[in-house]
Design a protein around this ligand. Structure first.
Ligand code: GMT
Length: 378
């Protein structure tokens, strides 16, 4: 199949999932075309099966806001025609599903029908999409897609609750490519980060308010009072300054490493003992799954789709949003006994293996096939 993938090319979960999916589809013989404003961060190798087409939005002083969806829909039309793309898979409803619908309409005028598969990722529904300013257009785009998938059951439930959806929604969960996590680093460079008696606690995100970075720091503060530990804070975002100030005021700045954006997540996770994800909401929690795939147990909130990934008392523990004391107690329970820690580490990996890419990608292929067949018979 010739598949066009539209996604955000950044470090966010939806871009990562779209990129990993595209790479896997290409290995399975499909021709994949990424269409977005920048080469996706995890898309390192282009080949005759993996192409990248940049959407340019020239600055024009008249426009207060540059019309990205206009440029994207034009580019989609051009790429579908030029490369014979058979199906468009758009990740994140805003504005991708909307732009794809416009492209579909324009192509129709020329006698070409290209079906659209939309994958909902979370914030496009729970935080942004349900805002009255966007809701009408998001509902329309979801209902006009030829197939819609959601990355967790929880996100499907939220979508049906928040929007007037006429379409079927299929849950296809996020996944892990274990071939990338089996690198078995012989030297994780752990000793560069912490001394032998210190545990390494990690948090990875885009440091937005929804991630509750202050809770990450307060949980770490509680842990390090009982167990020697270091905190690895990976990612960039609007809460970074607040995080540094909080660490400063709690007197733990020396114990916190601010990594910024990193392409070496697997290496950082390799030397981590525990992962913190106390988010306000999370449709899935890909970062938690990536941690678990690296044998890192997870202390998280019990919100959204996280309970579908992190299993209570098995791969880690889940607490109510903002319940710092409970998170500290659970973290100390896991870290306080080396045999127990080892057990949680191996459970984490075992739970993560349920999300093996090899089981999930065929589900997308099936959706593409069904959608193409359905559209051909229309
Ligand atoms: O969580 C973010 O800040 C990024 C966001 C995105 O759209 O890239 O992540 C969402 O999609 C991920 C991949 O499907 C999910 O794992 C995240 O849980 C989801 N984030 C939220 O729901 C807050």
């Amino acid at each position: 199949m010739k598949i066009g993938i539209v996604c955000y090319p950044t470090f966010g979960g939806s871009g990562v999932v779209a990129t990993e999916l595209g790479l896997s589809l290409s290995k399975r013989g499909h021709e994949v075309h990424f269409i977005t404003y920048k080469q996706p961060v995890r898309l390192e190798l282009l080949s005759n099966k993996v192409h990248f087409h940049e959407v340019n939005v020239p600055e024009y002083p008249l426009f207060h806001y540059q019309p990205y969806e206009l440029a994207l829909s034009s580019k989609l039309v051009d790429m579908v025609k030029f490369h014979g793309i058979e199906i468009l898979h758009v990740h994140y409803a805003i504005p991708h599903a909307y732009a794809a619908y416009m492209a579909q309409k324009m192509l129709r005028e020329e006698g070409i029908y290209v079906p659209i598969v939309t994958t909902l990722h979370g914030t496009d529904i729970t935080l942004v999409g349900s805002h009255p300013f966007y809701k009408t257009a998001v509902t329309f785009s979801i209902n006009k897609s030829d197939a819609v998938t959601s990355v967790s059951q929880s996100l499907k439930d939220d979508t049906l609750r928040l929007f007037d959806i006429k379409n079927d929604l299929e849950v296809i969960t996020n996944f892990i490519d274990f071939s990338k996590y089996n690198l078995a680093f012989t030297d994780c460079q752990r000793d560069m980060m912490a001394s032998e008696d210190e545990k390494i606690i990690t948090h990875i995100s885009n440091l937005r308010p929804v991630k509750r970075i202050a809770d990450v720091i307060k949980v770490f503060y509680g842990i390090q009072k009982q167990i020697p530990a270091k905190l690895m804070l990976v990612g960039e975002g609007p809460e970074r300054e607040m995080a540094e100030e909080l660490c400063e005021s709690l007197g733990i700045i020396e114990k916190v490493v601010f990594f910024g954006k990193s392409n070496e997540i697997d290496k950082i996770l390799c030397f981590s003992d525990l992962f913190l994800l106390p988010s306000e909401t999370e449709s899935f929690g890909l970062a938690a799954l990536e941690a678990m795939a690296s044998r890192v147990p997870v202390i998280s909130s019990n919100t959204g789709g996280i309970p579908e990934v992190n299993v209570q008392g098995v791969s880690g523990f889940l607490s109510d949003v903002g319940d710092i004391d409970d998170m500290v107690k659970n973290a100390v329970y896991i870290l306080g006994d080396s045999k127990r820690l080892e057990e949680f580490k191996s459970n984490a990996k075992k739970e993560a293996s349920k999300f093996d890419i090899n089981q999930i990608v065929p589900q997308y292929e099936a959706i593409y096939q069904q959608t193409l067949t359905k559209c051909l018979t229309l």
